[in-house]
Design a protein around this ligand. Structure first.
Ligand code: SF4
Length: 233
């Protein structure tokens, strides 16, 4: 039986081993070849391209992974740099990323981001949380994904899956994703900051789902307080 990393804290060594066991169980449960949306897009280029990660994360808002992946590919086949994006008018961008949610708003946002990158950053994506969150529509979640997946910088991207699962498992007791990010930074070994998002997205899509989590087949059941879970299968 796996011990929850929060049911610890007899020694640092024990904590480390429990995080390792927990994430090993999670990655085995979701399948070792699993790759979530933005990571799939980042894997399309030999070296992850922060601009593609940024733009595809904008496209991904309220949009399913497969739709995000296809929409991003269509856009990047035509325009994969800020200069190339500015050669397109918003309706062309909208047509390429359709049927992503809010595709018209996103097309304007993508164009504005490209403009700012060219005007203020020499056409490059800045590798700083402060500068990324100054871009239109870019919050901490997107900025941390760009830093972690695009640049390989240790950062925790807390989306709805990471926030929900971290609370259910009792790792944190928080009410907002931002609080979860700061709480995880206190307890999670840095080597897990980058991959935790992809793993918990997969775990949240397959097992610890928003409604009716599949606790009966979950490898963490014995160590999970199931905080906030009303019913389970
Ligand atoms: Fe989620 Fe249930 Fe597994 Fe806990 S036991 S992590 S609530 S699926």
């Amino acid at each position: 039986m796996i011990s929850s990393p929060m049911m610890r804290t007899t020694s640092t060594k024990t904590n480390r081993r429990n995080w390792d066991e927990t994430f090993q169980a999670i990655t085995e449960a979701i399948g070792r070849g699993f790759s979530a949306g933005i990571n799939r897009i980042a894997a399309e280029t030999e070296i992850p391209d922060p601009f593609r990660v940024l733009i595809s994360t904008v496209i991904s808002l309220r949009t399913k992974d497969d739709v995000t992946f296809a929409a991003s590919q269509r856009l990047f086949n035509v325009a994969a740099t800020p200069i190339e994006i500015l050669d397109l008018d918003p309706s062309e961008i909208a047509g390429l990323i359709y049927p992503a949610g809010f595709y018209r708003n996103k097309s304007n946002q993508i164009r504005r981001i490209a403009e700012i990158l060219l005007e203020d950053h020499g056409g490059a994506v800045p590798a700083s949380l402060l500068e990324l969150t100054a871009l239109p529509g870019v919050g901490r979640k997107t900025a941390n994904l760009v830093l972690s997946v695009g640049f390989g910088i240790d950062a925790i991207c807390v989306d709805i899956h990471v926030h929900r699962i971290s609370n259910r498992l009792g790792w944190v007791e928080t009410t907002t994703p931002e609080q979860t990010e700061f709480a995880l930074m206190e307890i999670l070994p840095k080597r897990y900051w980058i991959p935790i998002n992809e793993w918990l997205v997969g775990f949240g899509q397959q097992i610890c789902t928003p409604r009716s989590p599949k606790c009966s087949i979950c490898p963490l059941l014995g160590a999970c307080p199931r905080t906030g879970v009303a019913h389970s299968r």
